[in-house]
Design a protein. Structure first.
Lengths: 179, 311
């Protein structure tokens, strides 16, 4: 029987304070307990990076779904790696629709990536929105046309900053019925 | 409510423009829905016909008072109207600083109008337009979109310039060649008007509007890579002189409606390209211009059939 837990798995070194924040954030949003696995290093089964050190997120998701056996409702992987997929040239995160696994990259969420002064508040706000967005995909929600909804597809960090951290009146009932 | 009070309630919403017939005081309230393209406007045609009919009746029998006699009177007295009620449509559009209509708004008979329409139309200049990235796809507020991922721009001369949008060029990938319908061909609505040659097979796209092919982009035919490299600029395909604008407009998407449609298209793209993991959705994504290299030819054909409605 699957435990009603969302398990967080850091890929590579991730600051523990960031992980503490996102555990709290997930529990507040979905009302589901979180657990954390030790840091996981990607094996050589993952294809080498392409396009200027970007890793194939779909391959990482595949790896996680096959190799990581946890008795949890959902599995959220967090990485500092820059990601791409065969369909998308860049991305902040990818998740299985109605599936178990989600993956989020921190690489493009920091202000420093855009040659701006560091701002932890902005970074955590973006991180929260991307993580909740990806986990919601695993609960069956697709991209929403409401620009203020957290399920609006972000094309850049400005889109993330502008959208609300909440679900719109259309997405919220779907999420509640699927959790 | 008396008529005087009603006149005071005529509010022109922000961004909207008065119809020329309202500008001249012939009708009490009518907004332009056609970017002052009077030559292809059904309303203008109906009003002009009515004026001509009334004038004819008045000439045949001066004593008969017709219900619409005021229209005839207006035509006759047009030249005595104050200048601010006789602004030429090119002045209203800001294309000329000052021009008063000498011709009772009968643009079809106006030599100045003909001269303005004969000007060479500038190519779509993206540098001064408002573009936005929607679900990783570039879109322009000024353009209208059709559901087979063609874009349209209504030119000043009433013709539509058409091309393929950013989404289409990303899933097509690389073009080996293109064939367009000949200039002068009468295209029916949703009639196939161009063939794109691709390594996985030919794609036939249909026309988003009913009309006559007015011109084709010779520069693009000489260098088909322009379609992929500059889909909204140098890669435009052809201009079409529309036959029925009203019917065509009903099928075109613009603004928020177009953006919502594009998000649905990217959702559908992810669903179509499901793999061993099932359907995956991504955030912060820009659709790769190399999709065709990463999927099988069968999957690619399914993709272009679903999104571009190709034959």
């Amino acid at each position: 029987m699957t435990d009603r837990i969302i398990t967080i798995i850091p890929i590579g070194e991730i600051d523990s304070s960031i992980l503490d924040f996102i555990s709290w954030s997930i529990e507040e949003t979905f009302r589901i307990t979180t657990a954390r696995l030790p840091n996981h290093n990607l094996s050589s089964e993952i294809p080498p990076p392409l396009y200027g050190n970007r890793y194939n997120s779909t391959s990482i998701l595949q790896h996680l779904s096959e190799k990581i056996s946890v008795n949890a409702l959902r599995l959220l992987a967090i990485t500092e790696l820059d990601l791409y997929s065969p369909i998308f040239s860049t991305l902040y995160g990818e998740a299985q629709l109605n599936g178990k696994c989600a993956l989020v990259s921190l690489h493009r969420l920091r202000q420093e990536y855009y040659n701006l002064p560091p701002d932890q508040t902005i970074f955590l706000s973006r991180f929260h929105k991307v993580v909740i967005h990806e986990i919601a995909h695993t609960f069956g929600l697709i991209h929403c046309i409401d620009k203020n909804c957290i399920m609006y597809p972000s094309s850049n960090v400005i889109d993330i900053d502008e959208k609300s951290p909440l679900f719109c009146p259309s997405c919220n009932p779907k999420l509640l019925s699927n959790i | 409510m008396n008529s005087k009070y009603q006149r005071g309630m005529k509010v022109i919403p922000t961004g909207e423009r008065k119809c020329l017939w309202m500008e001249a005081g012939v009708v009490s309230y009518k907004l332009c829905t056609n970017q002052y393209q009077c030559s292809i406007c059904d309303y203008d045609r109906a009003m002009s016909n009515r004026v001509m009919k009334e004038r004819k009746i008045a000439e045949e029998s001066v004593d008969i008072i017709t219900p619409k006699k005021e229209i005839n009177v207006w035509v006759e007295e047009f030249r005595h109207l104050p200048a601010d009620q006789r602004k030429c449509r090119y002045m209203l559009m800001g294309e000329v600083p000052y021009k008063i209509c000498p011709n009772s708004f009968r643009c079809g008979e106006c030599s100045f109008d003909q001269m303005m329409q004969d000007r060479k139309q500038p190519a779509f200049d993206y540098s001064v337009k408002n573009y936005e990235k929607v679900a990783g796809v570039y879109m322009y507020d000024e353009l209208q979109y059709f559901r087979n991922h063609t874009w349209l721009q209504l030119e000043r001369n009433g013709k539509y310039r058409i091309g393929i949008d950013d989404f289409a060029r990303r899933i097509i990938g690389k073009i080996d060649g293109i064939e367009l319908s000949a200039v002068g061909k009468n295209l029916d609505f949703e009639e196939y008007c161009l063939t794109i040659h691709h390594e996985y097979g030919d794609l036939e796209l249909f026309s988003p509007v009913k009309g006559i092919v007015d011109s084709i982009n010779q520069e693009m035919l000489d260098n088909v890579n322009l379609i992929i490299d500059e889909p909204y600029q140098g890669g435009w395909l052809m201009t079409i002189d529309p036959i029925s604008v009203t019917k065509s407009n009903k099928n075109l998407l613009k603004g928020d409606e177009a953006k919502a449609w594009m998000i649905e298209e990217t959702n559908l793209l992810s669903k179509t390209l499901y793999g061993e993991l099932g359907v995956t959705l991504a955030d912060g994504a820009t659709i790769s211009a190399e999709i065709s290299k990463n999927i099988s030819s069968e999957k690619w054909k399914e993709l272009v059939r679903k999104h571009l409605f190709v034959r």
